[in-house]
Design a protein around this ligand. Structure first.
Ligand code: PMT
Length: 404
């Protein structure tokens, strides 16, 4: 399955800033995502990077002078603006922000931004004092109020040698911000609020030890990212400490099943759906020790009394949200998954054979079988987790429509 930028027409405006060299990386990333990229440079940008760089990366002409286009039609100077699915300006200088606010079409970049009705993303780059200047701050506020999306700027080392807020966001971040913006602008989950859980819960034995499982969180994170790409407002309730949340999603950190229950219940207020990809412990130590258990105190072995954790899917049953479960099984996959589907009253469960090659815990791929409340069974082939997420969201859509 193609990613959300495949086939999209992206206009990339590049302004005169030392960060312009990073725009080449951005252009390359967008091309690799399958987008058709038209780079436009201001005259100042050409002091830092050459049009040929972008022409080589995008395989497209790179207009700089708006009076010297290879014009085939009278409307050539606004043709790119009309055709664009999104306009991205990276780096965006203080001058460029001012031009767009005032509607001054003084170069190919400002002209295209002003002539286009496509969503606009800007990634500012300037000195921290310029960014903090009241004139720039007022322009930023105006642009935000007009619906312009900002990526960055970020804190860090600036061209002046000082550190501060003004560095252009990293190209990878800008790509994520672009996906999120396009999702909000036209995705089939735009306006929906979706809660996703990820990772294995950790149930403490004593202050230094816990019981957990092999869940890496990759499946849940892939669902969060795919839902964001389709415009959903995503809350990710996660026990994973080592992975950054997908850009634009709201992350809530938890550790135990009890914490996951409380955070998920809170996140579900006003939400449309909850997707439980987390591997929640079914049992926890009944009374975790207050201090580290020492070998000398327990002898050669010791037992841990376990008690059941609350079942999150069950606890959420009274809320008006569509609940989707996963079932991680090592045998009798379909029978066990159906039992869970029925016991929790779910419309859909993704059954996961965690012993199959490339499937389940830790892998970048997964093979799931969808089981529906009406008895249908739908196996999917082994797919990247992002694609499994897309398939799951395709099946969530009609359930959301039925629920409202
Ligand atoms: O994280 P990865 O490394 O990418 O691996 C992905 C995965 C294998 C963890 C994922 O695809 C998956 O199968 N998640 C569900 C794991 C699980 O806990 O399955 P289960 O059969 O034990 O639970 C059934 C459902 O009940 C699950 O949706 C689970 O989140 C939920 N549950 C379980 C226990 C509990 N106390 N409360 C719950 O809500």
């Amino acid at each position: 399955m193609a990613g959300p930028l495949a086939g999209k027409r992206i206009v990339l405006g590049v302004c005169g800033s030392i960060a312009a060299y990073k725009a080449a990386d951005l252009a390359s990333r967008l091309v690799r995502e399958g987008a058709r990229v038209d780079a436009l440079l201001t005259r100042s940008a050409t002091n830092f990077v050459a049009p040929l760089t972008f022409r080589s990366l995008t395989n497209r002409p790179v207009p700089v002078d708006m009076f010297a286009l290879d014009s085939e039609t009278a409307e050539e100077h606004v043709a790119l603006a009309r055709a664009a699915d999104a306009v991205v300006i990276a780096p965006a200088t203080a001058t460029m922000l001012g031009r767009i606010v005032l509607g001054l079409a003084e170069d190919m970049v400002s002209l295209t931004a002003i002539a286009s009705t496509a969503p606009l993303l800007v990634a500012p780059a300037m000195d921290a004092q310029m960014w903090a200047h009241p004139a720039v701050a007022a322009n930023v506020a105006t642009l935000r109020s007009r619906g312009v999306t900002f990526a960055g700027p970020e804190e860090g080392r600036l061209a002046s040698g000082h550190s501060g807020l003004g560095r252009m966001a990293e190209p990878a971040t800008i790509v994520q911000a672009l996906k999120a913006m396009l999702g909000r602008a036209g995705g089939d989950l735009a306006g929906r609020r979706i809660v996703v859980t990820a990772g294995g819960t950790r149930e403490p034995v004593d202050p230094v030890r816990y019981i957990s499982n092999h869940s890496s969180g990759k499946m849940g994170y892939a669902i969060a990212e795919a839902a964001r790409d389709r415009g959903a407002d995503v809350t990710l309730v996660t026990s994973v400490k080592t992975m950054a949340e997908p850009y634009g999603t709201l992350r809530v950190d938890v550790s135990t099943a009890q914490e996951m229950l409380e955070a998920t219940r809170a996140a579900c207020q006003g939400a449309d759906a909850v997707i439980m990809a987390a591997a929640v412990a079914d049992f926890r130590p009944a009374g975790p020790a207050e201090h580290k258990i020492k070998k000398r105190d327990v002898g050669g072995s010791y037992s841990i009394a376990m008690e059941e954790t609350p079942n999150i899917l069950k606890e959420l049953a009274s809320l008006p949200v569509v609940r989707i479960g996963f079932a991680a099984e090592s045998r009798d996959l379909l029978a066990n998954a159906r039992e869970k589907l029925l016991a929790r009253g779910l419309p859909l469960i993704a059954a996961n054979d965690v012993t199959a090659e490339g499937s389940g815990f830790g892998s970048d791929t997964n093979a799931v079988t969808f089981l529906y409340a009406d008895g249908r069974v739908e196996p999917l082939p082994l797919l990247p987790k992002y694609e499994v997420a897309g398939e799951l969201l395709n099946r969530l859509l009609p359930l959301l429509r039925e629920a409202r």
